[in-house]
Design a protein around this ligand. Structure first.
Ligand code: PMP
Length: 397
């Protein structure tokens, strides 16, 4: 490990977000900061066969500008895949987006103006905060686990509510069935849009998935879905992020509004990627790779938590997440500043994400997000060993 190189690089960067986003480029550093899938999970040869077949057999779909709302075959397939438990969706309920990130961006474009209120699960996903920052919204944090949390009060008077119910980024928290039901009920009562951002919905390691809020909402009415949930999915975590395929499932009028915004954004999502996404679902490839992803990540989650128990137990509190990609740890010592910890950690050759970036006010300085999907168990253990040295050094200063 070349410590002077880390130190030189540190002095060149001041912005905390830039610090951890670009830290992965430093050689020898153990990067536990990002939310990246392990590249070994990508079915490279199957995807290259699908890409070649898409161009050869469907050149118009793959190579022309695609329809703004997405290829009809893919919209139909998503509608069918999400039509569970008596719920009925058609392609009018579906918009294909350029990753889940574009869905967040479009929501901001169509629903926010300066000073708009957002009720956001706290701590909140950095990408969403970044996407909405240009609109200068005001956040009303939602702490779903708090005893006095009242969903109707939380959703009253806001433009929309934002949640990541499955293994939230960054907290790794699973929103319970009762909490989902209460949020859906509140969205119907108040008429407030409820954004359900769900990149980790297939990554359950210990139990069967809970019902989506989209499904709970759709069960309340018969016929085509026309309710308040705006559901967002993506292929980034269950197939490959470079495809940049995401989707929104929502009421047809919301889809139409988002289509107009997408037209002024990128015209269309890559037809080639959409065709590959369609064929991956239709051929069973997406379902086929999932068990391997689950067993790999489950073992890594266990290795990380075992290393944390061995080294960090007296310094941090955390819950073992039952899915997703992250452990959220909070320092026992209230004076811990995890922005400072990040600098010490980089000096030791490990990168984690400090909680300040997940707080719209940048105030929360006591927690960290640790990713467990990118590194093998030995690297995770070494990363925690380095982090422990860094945490003790931070407290000593
Ligand atoms: N929402 C959340 C909560 C995420 O964690 C991510 C990925 N980090 C996204 C949306 C966007 O993912 P993508 O654009 O790769 O689909």
């Amino acid at each position: 490990m070349k410590r002077p190189a880390f130190a030189n690089w540190l002095s060149d960067t001041n912005d905390i977000t830039q610090t951890f986003l670009s830290a992965g480029q430093i050689s020898g550093l153990i990067n536990m900061a990002g939310g990246l899938p392990d590249p070994s999970t990508w079915p490279v040869s199957d995807l290259s066969d699908l890409a070649a077949a898409a161009v050869a057999q469907h050149p118009h779909e793959a190579l022309a500008y695609a329809p703004i709302e997405g290829l009809p075959v893919l919209r139909d397939l998503i509608a069918q895949r999400f039509s569970v438990h008596g719920m009925r969706l058609t392609r009018e309920n579906v918009l294909i987006t350029t990753g889940g990130m574009q869905a967040l961006d479009l929501i901001g474009k169509v629903l926010l103006e300066p000073g708009s209120l957002i009720a956001a699960q706290s701590p909140a996903y950095l990408g969403a905060l970044d996407a909405w920052r240009p609109r200068q919204p005001i956040y009303r944090p939602m702490r779903l686990e708090a005893n006095d949390f009242d969903p109707v009060t939380a959703l009253t008077g806001v433009q929309f509510a934002y949640t990541v119910p499955n293994f939230s980024n960054p907290s790794g928290r699973l929103v319970s069935l009762a909490e989902r039901q209460a949020l859906v009920e509140a969205a119907h009562v108040t008429g407030t849009w409820l954004v359900e951002d769900d990149p980790y919905g297939t990554l359950y390691y210990d139990s069967a998935p809970l019902p989506r809020m989209l499904t709970l909402s759709a069960q309340r009415d018969e016929g085509l879905y026309d309710g308040p949930v705006i559901y967002m999915g993506t292929l980034s975590k269950e197939l490959a992020p470079g495809l940049r395929i995401g989707w929104v499932v929502a009421a047809p009028n919301m889809i139409t509004t988002l289509v107009t915004a997408k037209q002024g954004s990128d015209m269309s999502t890559s037809g080639l990627s959409q065709r590959i996404a369609h064929d991956s679902f239709a051929s069973g490839l997406t379902d086929h790779v999932l068990p391997n992803i689950l067993s790999l990540y489950r073992a890594r989650r266990d290795a990380l938590c075992a290393a944390m128990k061995a080294h960090l137990d007296d310094l941090f509190d955390w819950q073992v997440p039952s899915g997703g990609m992250f452990v959220w740890a909070t320092a026992r010592d209230a004076s811990m500043n995890t922005d400072h910890l990040l600098r010490e950690a980089l000096f030791q050759g490990v990168c984690i994400t400090p909680s300040s970036v997940f707080d719209p006010e940048g105030q929360n300085r006591r927690s960290i997000r640790i990713n467990f999907t990118l590194n093998d168990p030995d690297k995770l253990a070494e990363g925690i060993r380095r982090l422990t040295v860094a945490a003790r050094a931070t407290i000593a200063k």
